[in-house]
Write a protein that binds this ligand. Structure first.
Ligand code: ADP
Ligand code: MG
Length: 149
């Protein structure tokens, strides 16, 4: 089962991410897939808004992991630049810290991902239109999708 949403502009993408709010739980893992510029980081920004994170969320491409303090802590990763060397990061440690983990370019580290998670695929249709597909693995993530769609 997957859920398909059409985002017509930046605001649609932010609102979709914000709407996951009511169902947030500790150790939630959200994996983001899609080309450069498809909206992955913007989606993380929307998510951070809902967590009342004041700090401006920017792409962690050069840091690989950025940590933000909010209602729940947010660990924002972009593994584009480390790919298969990700074992060095001790990534799995972040899956049990009680915060929320969001991973851009998660396809590069497929083998390291937890079985239960939410996959989010971004596809650019034209100009500002994006197709965003949510694919939950596990009951908790199914519930999250049911609540936002
Ligand atoms: P990524 O992290 O996937 O590389 P970003 O979120 O950094 O992408 O950038 C997405 C870009 O696309 C931003 O400049 C944003 O303003 C633009 N954009 C236009 N329309 C949308 C939309 N519907 N959803 C998300 N981003 C959009
Ligand atoms: Mg990005």
């Amino acid at each position: 089962m997957s859920y398909r949403v059409v985002s017509r502009n930046e605001e649609d993408t932010i609102v979709l991410a914000e709407n996951i709010e009511s169902e947030k739980f500790p150790n939630m893992v959200i994996c983001l897939y899609g080309d450069l510029g498809s909206g992955k980081t913007l989606f993380v920004k929307g998510f951070a808004n809902a967590l009342e994170i004041d700090e401006n969320v920017t792409s962690p491409t050069f840091n690989i992991i950025k940590e933000y303090k909010g209602q729940m802590d947010l660990y924002h990763m972009d593994v584009y630049r480390c790919g298969s060397q990700v074992e060095c990061l001790g990534l799995e440690e972040y899956f049990t810290k009680g915060g929320i983990v969001m991973i851009e370019w998660a396809d590069l580290i497929e083998d390291e991902l937890p079985k239960e998670r939410l996959d989010v695929f971004f596809e650019v249709l034209e100009n500002d239109t994006r197709v965003i597909r949510l694919k939950p693995y596990g009951d908790k993530y199914e519930d999250v999708c049911e609540a936002v769609i």
